[in-house]
Design a protein around this ligand. Sequence first.
Ligand code: UD1
Length: 360
Amino acid sequence: MKIFLIAGARPNFMKIAPLVHELRKGLFDIQCQIVHTGQHYDDDMSKSFFEELDIPEPNYFLGCGSGSHAEQTSRIMVEFEKICSSAHPDLAIVVGDVNSTLACSITAKKKNIKVAHVEAGLRSRDMSMPEEINRIVTDSISDYLFASEKSAVSNLKKEGKARSSIFFVGNIMIDTLFLGLKMIENTKPENNQPKSFAIVTLHRPSNVDNKEKLSGILRALRQISLDMPLFFPVHPRTEKNISLFTLRNLIEDSNIKTMPPLSYLKFLALWKDASLVLTDSGGIQEETTVLGIPCFTIRENTERPVTIKQGTNELVGTTYETIMKAYERFKNGFRKKHKVPELWDGKTSERILTILNNSK
Ligand code: UD1
């Protein structure tokens, strides 16, 4: 079987890495070509992930870059269609919920190429999130729906997807997490790393594209940083808006240490020792649950409810007041009981490839 393995944006790269490594073992009758749409293109948003996670140079680089949703999605579709026409793969594997996921799944399906979606069935029920639209559309046309948690399986069933297309395989991000932890096991923390610190990541348009919202969140971070230092690798979108909204004064002369986006391993080496993580990312909610680190998700909802039910994740809202309320509880010693969700065991890529290999 000839497959395209597709990635475009930062959170995709760590999801394709375990599939690439598993295929390398030569146990499956699958020929894989890697397609990079170019949605993320900066070295620190893309290249560093390929290098560190030992993903080979993509067979195809579509160079689609940034733009409005329609511009970005349509550019990816046009370029991806060309390579589908010339290479005729049997299957396209798409991961996650970014615009590249949507664009490539639609294009492949219309070229009569089967689609497998890794991380299918997650739902935030928030249609103002572009990712929610991407998830729903991709799942509606995928032939293989690989779910990371049980709630995703029940969402897919409720939406009427064929039972035979739904597979509960666990969380592929955790395959990469275990690999990453192994890679850095002999790395010592930086000399100047404090004993207690928090990590921040922030990039969702709903949080960072609105001046009032962003300023409230930064004020809360500034307040928390009076108790412990905060390390904040800043996403390009957020960096741009901090300047545009003239909010840099909220970060300057504080215990918030900003830096450019970090590579996968550098970021892991830092957050694995954090006392608290504050984020609006999807994947970090899952990763912190596995390592048992308290996670404040700066959102009103999550498509990953198992991290709330069983993990360390808390939805803390998006205002100064709600974030500080959660922080006060944390400061007073509140910690959630937690356990690692089912099948988040580092073997998800093996399960996915076995299913695909057996269903040819
Ligand atoms: C995308 C995903 C989001 C994911 C996030 C991780 C969609 C709809 N969103 O959001 O789900 O959580 O990636 O980062 O696909 N930029 C650069 N360099 C880059 C990439 C982007 O400077 O390498 C800047 C550009 O100005 C661009 C902006 O960041 O306009 C946003 O990039 P884009 O890919 O549109 O979305 P993200 O916010 O990164």
